[in-house]
Design a protein around this ligand. Structure first.
Ligand code: HBI
Ligand code: FE
Length: 292
């Protein structure tokens, strides 16, 4: 809601009262040539960058989807392939939707994707998810059965976490996995988080820059860790394998919330004695930025 895109889109969205589930028609035929061209620019840049950086599941999922450089994908065509593979669908929304609406969609294996696309002068960062982040970033991983179950479980858990008043703790799990997760592959460290995979600058920063920490993923640890929404992450959490998320899709988080409540919150760049540190970041990038 900070950028021109968001303002423009917000105005368009509020012209019509949102439906109860906030879904809209994607309006695929209404995209302009300039909007398809923005998709092409972003798509070509990322598909050049991601081989050897994104995990096999991401690359594989993308190749099996009706998604290419030529046009913004049609959500109906994506959903057909996804549905056959993992039972997920992609539905169009105007942008960020309320938490309970978001969780309800995920709990029913519907991924709400922003239908608008960022402007040509704003290729590198925006706060509200657009079609490039949501479709290019998220949908390939939803072709993977483990991620498919985990994201649904997050939706179910989100509705529960709201009632328990621990939404922040749960949201951090999503942030440091689905959005900004890294995974160890036989041939090296790889990206699976969509926030990284959809960003050319963060694809480089997360893997190659000496500034951020790389820390072995631990559930309670992540639940205590605040995150940045306006800049690169100071710490990335690394799974040994995507299958580690299988266990999380079936566990009851309630006892973990209890434990976490008794421990302090951690700042994004903090490291603990018990952390499995894969890269101790220099912190140089964030230190060199002007303070608030
Ligand atoms: N809405 N469209 C959309 N996409 C998101 O990723 C999203 C959202 N609403 C709420 C939300 N994320 C988060 O605040 C929750 O994951 C906690
Ligand atoms: Fe996202």
């Amino acid at each position: 809601m900070k950028t021109n895109d968001m303002v423009k889109h917000g105005a368009a969205a509020s012209a019509k009262a949102p439906s109860a589930d906030w879904t809209i028609d994607q309006g695929w035929a209404g995209y302009s040539a300039q909007e398809h061209a923005v998709w092409r620019t972003l798509f070509e840049r990322q598909t050049r960058l991601l081989p050897g950086r994104a995990c096999d599941a991401f690359i594989d999922g993308m190749h099996r989807l009706p998604m290419g450089a030529d046009a913004i994908p049609d959500f109906r065509a994506l959903s057909e392939v996804l549905m056959a593979q993992t039972g997920w669908q992609v539905v169009a929304v105007p942008g960020l939707v309320p938490d309970e609406v978001f969780f309800d969609h995920l709990a029913h294996r519907r991924f709400p994707a922003g239908s608008f696309i960022r402007g040509p002068h704003q290729l590198d960062y925006l706060e509200e998810p657009d079609v490039f982040h949501d479709v290019f970033g998220h949908v390939p991983m939803l072709m993977n059965p483990v991620i498919a179950d985990f994201v649904q479980a997050y939706g179910v858990g989100g509705l529960r976490a709201r009632q328990l008043g621990v939404l922040h703790q749960l949201a951090r799990v999503y942030w440091y996995t689905v959005e900004f997760g890294l995974v160890q592959q036989a041939d090296g460290l790889r990206i699976y988080g969509s926030g990284i995979a959809s960003s050319s600058i963060e694809s480089l920063f997360a893997l190659d820059d000496p500034s951020p920490n790389h820390v072995g993923f631990a559930l309670a640890r992540v639940m205590r860790t605040r995150y940045r929404i306006d800049d690169f992450q100071e710490s990335y959490f690394v799974l040994d394998t995507l299958d580690d998320l299988l266990a999380l899709a079936s566990i009851d988080f309630a006892p973990v919330y209890q434990r976490v409540a008794n421990q302090g919150e951690l700042q994004p760049g903090d490291l603990l004695a018990e952390d499995r540190v894969l890269q101790r970041g220099t912190g140089g990038y964030h230190r060199s930025k002007p303070g608030p």
